[in-house]
Write a protein that binds this ligand. Structure first.
Ligand SMILES: Nc1ncnc2c1ncn2[C@@H]1O[C@H](COP(=O)(O)OP(=O)(O)OP(=O)(O)O)[C@@H](O)[C@H]1O
Ligand SMILES: [Mg+2]
Length: 595
């Protein structure tokens, strides 16, 4: 339950709505109490005047008494209608305050979680599945809302109805009150038990349903592989198995739920029966009026819903507490990377890796070991090496997705950590190894790098990235929507669109992580010479597998197993006959083989 305390600041924020809501809960319950009393008064009045009609039967005065009874009934009915109307309005206002408050809290909480997600680093997103994060922001938040809104409303209404009704019952006849109230705790307890079973079952159903949906979703995205491997039937069978399980669980839930209202009616029926039987005896002894019996029956009915909802409300609170605990867990994850605030540079003059060592936290793999190098503004640098040698890790450290375990990265000779992070990242044009495009138009995907870019600029940068002709041959050209993650484009087209997206930022430093791997060498050469023409003054760091394209680069860094083994220009490294030479020979061989 403690986890729900995390919501107190929201309750405080919406204290006016909460306070008003409480007032409406109290007043609407007081108005509800008028009904049984008015019914009793009505019956008592009739009991008083009815005998006169018999006594004077046949006389004119008898008709007068009959008229009087009609008038009394009419007056009481009108009062009942008016009080019920007022109660209805108060209940409407109660919902307008408390339920509205719960929607506000839901909105705030969703935003709070989303904002927090935005601050977390890639390693958090690797550790937690998308499904889990989605369910915390949607399902868990809506369960918490059920506590903030309905549960608070019902529980407070229940406490008030209880105290008022039981007080009235006891003050009329404690003995009868005692007997009629006996079945109610039983009702509450059994409903609590039933709701628990219902909840466990619904949770299980929810889980099965989410497996079912993710299974379906995965098979839609992997349909090519499924059909290509002719596995349609077995995938279909797996799906059917899950669907059967879902049906079984749903039917079993329906059975339990079917038990719910008969049980409630039975226990309420017993209470009513007791009220009439024992009440009747009391009337015979003259301690009670017939009006009192009617009043009691209405009281019992008034208690039914609160007593029934008590079990339900308690289970709502329990579920909300469990959900809030899960939400708190995520909110308490503090981001690994925190922005510095000491520097806000306008230009990257130099980048220096000083004895940088980095170990991936999840796998414990040492991806970089004592790496040092320096890059000056305007230089063209290539990073090469075998797969898994740590090239991408250098890029990840430079954009500060991770921080080094030891050593330091210096920008303009000042620690990268002390730089204002988003400001620094704005100076970088990073094209990650794994291309990601949004399911939006090509136009919007490119202008993502600079939302203020004009149509002309977008076209210009598409030309520099050598993707302009490809785009123009598409049916809707720049307005073509690329589909989820860009599925409508070829691998090489996606890569070049993402390069255009980085270029349009007009960054100081262009950081390309193997982003031309799916492009043929001719196109790669064209792009690099475009850079040469248009971007002379820019710093380019290019991680690549293709050694022919980097012959003219100012510096080539050769990585092997996380350490720098060679560093220098092409001719230098080639004549050394070391690892670079071997890699180069290997590629020459491949080139000859493929011809
Ligand atoms: N997110 C990660 N979590 C844990 N270990 C990782 C992660 N990313 C990479 N590694 C490990 O770190 C090492 C270096 O990986 P890195 O991605 O830097 O290699 P790379 O040189 O870019 O390779 P490639 O040419 O295949 O892209 C590898 O051994 C890899 O298994
Ligand atoms: Mg890589």
């Amino acid at each position: 339950m403690k986890s729900l305390f995390a919501l107190n600041h929201y309750l405080y924020k919406y204290r006016i709505l909460l306070g008003l809501g409480m007032i409406f809960v109290i007043t609407s319950n007081i108005f509800a109490l008028f009904l049984p009393q008015l019914i009793r008064i009505g019956i008592e009045q009739i009991q008083i005047y009815l005998p006169f009609t018999y006594v004077f039967s046949g006389l004119k005065i008898s008709n007068l008494y009959i008229d009087l009874i009609y008038v009394l009934i009419a007056i009481i009915s009108i009062i009942i209608i008016i009080t019920t109307l007022i109660r209805g309005i108060l209940m409407f206002l109660m919902r307008q305050t408390l339920i509205v408050m719960s929607r506000h809290v839901e909105f705030d909480q969703k935003n709070e979680l989303y904002q927090h997600y935005q601050k977390l680093t890639p390693s958090f997103f690797k550790r937690n599945s998308t499904g889990d994060m989605m369910s915390r922001i949607s399902e868990d938040v809506s369960r918490v809302r059920m506590y903030v809104g309905p549960a608070i409303m019902y529980i407070s209404g229940l406490v008030i109805t209880f105290s008022l009704v039981i007080y009235s019952m006891v003050s009329i006849n404690a003995y009868l009150a005692f007997w009629t109230l006996i079945p109610l705790p039983l009702l509450s307890y059994s409903i609590f038990k039933v709701s628990k079973i219902v909840n466990t079952k619904s949770e299980q159903i929810q889980k099965t349903l989410s497996t079912l949906t993710s299974k379906a979703q995965e098979s839609y995205s992997g349909i090519k592989v499924i059909q290509g491997f002719a596995r349609d039937q077995s995938v279909q069978n797996e799906f059917e198995e899950l669907a059967t399980q879902y049906r079984k669980e749903s039917l079993s839930l329906a059975k339990v739920e079917a038990f719910f209202s008969p049980l409630m009616l039975l226990l309420v029926g017993i209470s009513t029966l007791l009220a009439i039987y024992i009440g009747g005896n009391e009337v015979a002894r003259g301690r009670f009026t017939a009006g009192n019996i009617a009043e009691f029956v209405v009281y019992i009915n008034m208690l039914t819903w609160p007593v029934a909802s008590l079990g339900w409300a308690v289970s709502l609170v329990q579920r909300a507490a469990a959900s809030q605990k899960r939400i708190n867990e995520f909110l308490q994850v503090s981001p690994d990377i925190v922005s510095g605030d000491k520097y806000k540079i306008d230009k990257i003059e130099s980048i220096k890796f000083d004895k940088v060592t980095f170990i991936y936290p999840d796998t414990g793999i040492m991806a970089l070991n004592n790496v040092s190098f320096e890059i000056k503004a305007g230089e063209k640098i290539a990073i090469v090496g075998k797969t898994g040698s740590g090239k991408s890790t250098i890029a990840e450290l430079l954009v500060r997705n991770y921080d080094p375990n030891s050593g330091e990265i210096l920008i303009n000779n000042c620690p990268l950590k002390d730089n204002q992070l988003s400001h620094f990242r704005n100076l970088l044009g990073y094209v990650p190894q794994e291309v990601f495009l949004f399911s939006d138009s090509i136009n919007n995907n490119i202008s993502f790098g600079n939302p203020n870019a004009s149509k002309k600029e977008i076209e210009n940068f598409a030309q520099i990235a050598s993707v302009y002709d490809d785009i123009m041959s598409l049916p809707k050209q720049f307005d073509t929507v690329v589909g989820e993650r860009g599925v409508m484009l070829s691998g090489g087209q996606k890569q070049r669109v993402s390069i255009a997206r980085a270029l349009i930022k007009n960054p100081n430093v262009l950081l390309l992580d193997d982003c031309l791997s799916a492009v043929d060498s001719k196109t790669e050469n064209a792009i690099l010479s475009n850079f040469e023409k248009n971007w002379k003054e820019k710093t380019v760091i290019s991680i690549t597998h293709r050694l022919f394209t980097i012959k003219n680069f100012d510096k080539i860094i050769v990585l092997d197993n996380g350490t720098i083994v060679e560093i220098g220009q092409h001719d230098e490294l080639y004549s050394k006959k070391g690892i670079y030479y071997d890699l180069y020979q290997l590629q020459l061989q491949e080139e000859v083989d493929s011809e």
